[in-house]
Design a protein. Structure first.
Length: 358
């Protein structure tokens, strides 16, 4: 057994927790309300935690304490350690809470607690789980890319370097806009169990890098510049849709009269109690942000330049499998919450995810 690799995620996650606790943090209120009816307060410092963790990792590599491709060399042991930690965490947080009566398997997968917090509310577990996953993902990306460069010093694939840069952009973008994600589906609708716990501790940091996991040891496939440019365009077109839609909804929830980007007044349907945004990005489709996520994943698969290798395509396929059922779940939840207003919204915005098709 690779004990060094197995212990690595445990050490990294402990380091991230320590940095999250000691580094300065932005203190904000979110969308979710606590038992007292007031919006929950959060400490957000994802970007500083990421930067310091990567700097410490790079320093250890530069000093010869770790090889630059350490996580590639120990990838299977690290994956086993993360999977084990994710299972332990999921069991612990579910068993420590009272049952909701849905059956243990459902509760283990979906969770029992809605917004668990520890250490005197200094750590919101939902936000911390995403921070841990993002940070470990970034270390995996850098280590896997380093392995490719070390193995191909004179002919490194520009696709691998672009893939690393784009997915690193994805990680940094998520942490930069941490406050925005306090208003998204995961934070206000999901409980913490195996899906979020194991998902963030094991699946997110290791599976999201599946493109490099399966191609970092391969040589440059020699794709032309136009191919790489197309992949980059697809990725950033998806990013514009996902980030633009999430930002527009974020500002709308803060202020229903906010003019997005200072130009676009919100178009809404309302019933005197609720207001639903149906203009801008949210007039294109009901979940245009999901389309953006799928396009980003597709751009990442393309840029590696190995269309016949299945590994890079597992990432966009995962988003299809995840987001299409999630859209249906969100539709049922909103139909029950808003009633006739939701019917009117669906009439105004008939497409679920893909404009003109679905």
């Amino acid at each position: 057994m690779d004990l060094v690799g197995f212990c690595t995620p445990w050490v990294v996650y402990a380091l991230v927790l320590a940095l999250h606790l000691v580094l300065p943090a932005q203190r904000v209120r979110g969308y979710v309300r606590g038992a007292d009816g007031a919006p929950l307060a959060y400490r957000l410092n994802g970007v500083p935690v990421l930067i310091v963790t990567v700097a410490l990792w790079a320093t250890a590599c530069a000093q010869g304490l770790l090889p630059w491709d350490f996580l590639w060399v120990h990838r299977w042991g690290a994956l086993a350690g993360a999977v084990t930690l994710g299972l332990v965490f999921s069991l612990a947080i579910v068993l420590a809470a009272p049952s909701t009566g849905r059956g243990f398997l459902a509760e283990f997968y979906l969770g029992r607690l809605e917004n668990p917090r520890i250490l005197g509310d200094r750590v919101d577990l939902k936000m911390f789980l995403y921070l841990v996953g993002a940070t470990m993902l970034e270390l995996n990306l850098l280590s896997f890319a380093a392995h490719h460069v070390l193995g191909n010093p004179l002919a490194s694939s520009p696709g691998v370097l672009l893939y690393t840069a784009m997915l690193s952009w994805f990680v940094l973008d998520y942490l930069f806009f941490e406050r925005v994600h306090l208003y998204t589906y995961d934070l206000f609708a999901e409980r913490v169990g195996f899906k979020l716990g194991w998902g963030c501790l094991a699946f997110y940091p290791f599976f999201y890098a599946v493109g490099l996991w399966t191609t970092a040891a391969l040589p440059d496939p020699g794709r032309p510049t136009w191919w790489l440019a197309l992949a980059v365009v697809v990725f950033f077109a998806g990013w514009c849709l996902a980030r633009g839609a999430n930002l527009q909804k974020f500002f709308f929830k803060l202020d229903p009269n906010h003019r997005f980007l200072g130009l676009f007044a919100p178009g809404v349907v309302e019933d005197g109690t609720h207001r639903l945004l149906c203009s801008g990005f949210w007039g294109i489709s009901r979940h245009v942000n999901y389309l953006g996520e799928i396009l980003m994943a597709t751009g990442l698969a393309l840029v590696l330049g190995w269309p016949g290798v299945i590994g890079p395509w597992l990432y966009p396929l995962y988003y299809v499998v995840l987001l299409f059922p999630r859209e249906r779940d969100d539709h049922r939840r909103c139909a029950a919450k808003y009633g006739a207003l939701w019917d009117e919204y669906c009439r105004r915005v008939p497409r679920r995810i893909v404009p003109g098709l679905y």
